[in-house]
Design a protein around this ligand. Structure first.
Ligand code: GDP
Ligand code: MG
Length: 597
């Protein structure tokens, strides 16, 4: 395809503003998919994505559009994820296209992730077409939202396209706007091959599939290619485009987006942002690479049934082949036995991986307290990265501890501002800025990441009845008075419940945790003390009283089958428990004990 007939774009939006629905409509209207194959949200492939209504992996699709000017255009859409955890995916796919559709829900207006995502598009020098979606809703106020886009983001919204992705209103205008308002890509067909590795994933039948954007030159099936950063050499087995089903193609030229397979063993052998060229007569200058995604949240994953450890290992290795942003190493815990310490991009990423392990591989898991990476500065001048509170070195050798901080941007309707400020204050936040965007307040806070990773987002949603939006970015490390708090159940330390806390909050946190555990741990035949401690000093304590009767006492001497049934139920319930000394702790307690209200 000639450069002038190609348009490459992505859609940026806050979550739920209708990005996936719009993508579906564009695909449908251009007949890319036969009507009977059209499922809602075609681009959200995985079940979990569908259930949670989020898009995790960037996806691409090639659309052919006969425009009003009589020419047929090839439109390449790269769908980007909208959630904060996956911000790196957004920035990576932005580099591969020249323009963006900025979708804003006309009944909601600009939200935190609208801002975060559109700034990435602006950074990538995109031409941006504002699209006001959901005009079918009675609450839609296009004029106000257009004004807000100009005020807050600073881009011209006079020609914003007004659509309903749900009913189909305005979709043809979006297609025309893509063709007339977004620039064609630039590139040189006769130059040596230079292509960007945009993304890669593992396919059960094809192996590693690599998504590429050709900048210069032409790539053909059978070519021998070189990955400039990793040095890997491969013959191209298969070359194609997504429509959205895979379709083979003989070659990809400048400006085109497609995929290749090349007997690459694992996703880890591909480096996002790498430059692909020909093994012979290749280009000399690689493209500037992207930042690799760094895990920021760590937690331990242990099988409830220790006999399932090998299954867990297999499952984790398989998932890791498909997700290079997820890290893992073996961990042993006195209480939980063998498991893995895993690193994630954020809480959602953690939940998605845990869900997949349980659902797709059928393994019951215990998840330990999520932790960030602390910098522990020792008195001898060295620094250790602490990924797990259980590994905290002896305090006599520690000089000070630093924790990661974030800059959080929160947009919230006026009436909830007070609650949001209180929440941020409670989480040791330092207010940086407070401005107004229409009737919404925009607050910027400097917050410790460890106060955010666990349940900040849930809390924010609940205190604002779902009206607040949130986005964050790492700003660096800073020292604070941090201590390791241990939990002892029946005088046995449960290292899976150890957390790092600020010294001033330790009592409060410890008390809350003991109270929670008291509710979560079932009674036993004996009294159980539950304590929180710093070093050897107990700072909070609760006692779980002994159980009075056992479950079968009532039918003593009576119905034998009923008695047997009850015991079976008990046994099944026990499978979900872990033994700590003489005490059984239900799996759910590990997560729930950490939630702060
Ligand atoms: P995404 O998170 O940006 O991908 O948003 P989705 O495309 O998943 O849409 C979020 C929700 O808004 C879904 O329930 C859609 O059915 C709904 N939605 C999307 N577009 C429209 C629209 O134009 N009008 C109405 N009423 N609902 C819409
Ligand atoms: Mg979506």
């Amino acid at each position: 395809t000639e450069l002038k007939n190609i348009r490459n774009f992505s859609i940026v939006a806050h979550i739920d503003h209708g990005k996936s629905t719009l993508a579906d409509r564009l695909i449908q209207l251009t007949g890319t998919v036969a009507e009977r194959d059209m499922k809602e949200q075609l681009l959200d492939a995985m079940d979990i994505e569908r259930e949670r209504g989020i898009t995790i992996k960037a996806n691409t699709v090639r659309i052919e559009y006969p425009a009003k000017d009589g020419e047929t255009y090839v439109l390449n859409l790269i769908d980007t994820p909208g959630h904060v955890d996956f911000a790196y995916e957004v920035s990576r796919s932005m580099q591969a296209v020249e323009g963006s559709l900025l979708v804003v829900d006309a009944s909601q207006g600009v939200e935190a992730q609208t801002l975060a995502n559109v700034y990435q598009a602006i950074d990538a020098d995109h031409e941006i077409v504002p699209v006001l979606n959901k005009v079918d809703l009675p609450a839609a106020d296009c004029d106000r939202v257009a004004e807000q886009i100009e005020d807050v983001i600073g881009i011209d919204a006079t020609d914003a396209v007004r659509i309903s992705a749900k009913t189909g209103i305005g979709i043809p205008d979006v297609l025309e706007a893509i063709v007339t308002r977004l620039p064609a890509p630039k590139g040189d067909r006769d130059a040596p091959l230079k292509a960007m590795l945009v993304d890669s994933y593992y396919d059960a039948y094809l192996g590693v599939v690599v998504i590429i954007r050709v900048i210069d030159g032409v790539i053909k099936k059978g070519d021998r290619i070189k990955m400039m950063r990793t040095g890997g050499l491969y013959p191209v087995d298969r070359l194609g485009v997504f429509r959205p089903a895979m379709q083979n193609i003989a070659e990809l030229g400048p400006g085109e987006i497609g995929f290749l397979t090349a007997s690459i063993k694992q996703v880890r052998d591909t480096r996002v942002g790498d430059t692909i060229t020909h093994e012979k007569k290749g280009c000399t200058e690689p493209l500037p690479g992207f930042k690799p995604a760094q895990p920021v949240v760590f937690c331990g994953l242990f099988p409830v049934d220790s006999a399932e450890f090998e299954d867990l290992r297999d499952a984790i290795e398989k998932l890791a082949l498909n997700d290079a942003s997820f890290s893992y190493e073996m961990e042993t815990s006195a209480a939980l036995g063998f498991g893995f310490r895993c690193g994630f991009l954020g809480l959602l990423h953690l939940e998605v991986i845990r869900d997949r392990l349980e659902r797709e591989y059928g393994i019951d898991l215990i998840t330990t307290a999520p932790s960030v990476i602390y910098h522990v500065h020792m008195k001898d001048g060295t620094m250790q990265e602490l990924h797990n509170p259980a590994d905290m070195p002896d305090l006599t050798y520690v000089d000070h501890i630093e924790e990661p901080r974030i800059k959080a941007t929160i947009l919230v309707p006026d009436e909830y501002l007070g609650d949001v400020l209180k929440l941020c204050q409670d989480r040791r936040g330092i207010q940086q800025d407070l401005t107004y965007a229409g009737t919404r307040a925009m607050v910027v806070y400097d917050l410790p990441l460890n106060e955010v990773v666990f349940d900040f987002y849930d809390r924010l949603k609940s205190v604002t009845k779902g009206y607040a939006s949130f986005d964050y970015q790492m700003i660096g490390y800073r020292a604070d008075f941090l201590v390791k708090m241990q939990v002892l159940v029946n005088d046995e330390p449960v290292d899976a419940l150890s957390t790092m806390v600020h010294r001033d909050r330790a009592e409060q946190r410890g008390r809350a945790m003991c109270e929670k555990l008291k509710e979560l741990i079932p009674r036993h035949m004996f009294k159980i003390p539950i304590q929180a401690a710093i070093g050897g000093r107990v700072i909070a304590r609760e006692t779980l009283s002994a159980m009075r009767k056992d479950v079968t006492a009532k039918c003593y001497g009576g119905d034998a089958t009923r008695k047997k049934k009850l015991l079976e139920k008990q046994k099944a319930g026990k499978k979900k428990m872990r033994q700590f000394g003489k005490v059984e702790i239900p799996q759910q307690a590990f997560i729930n004990a950490l939630k702060m209200d």
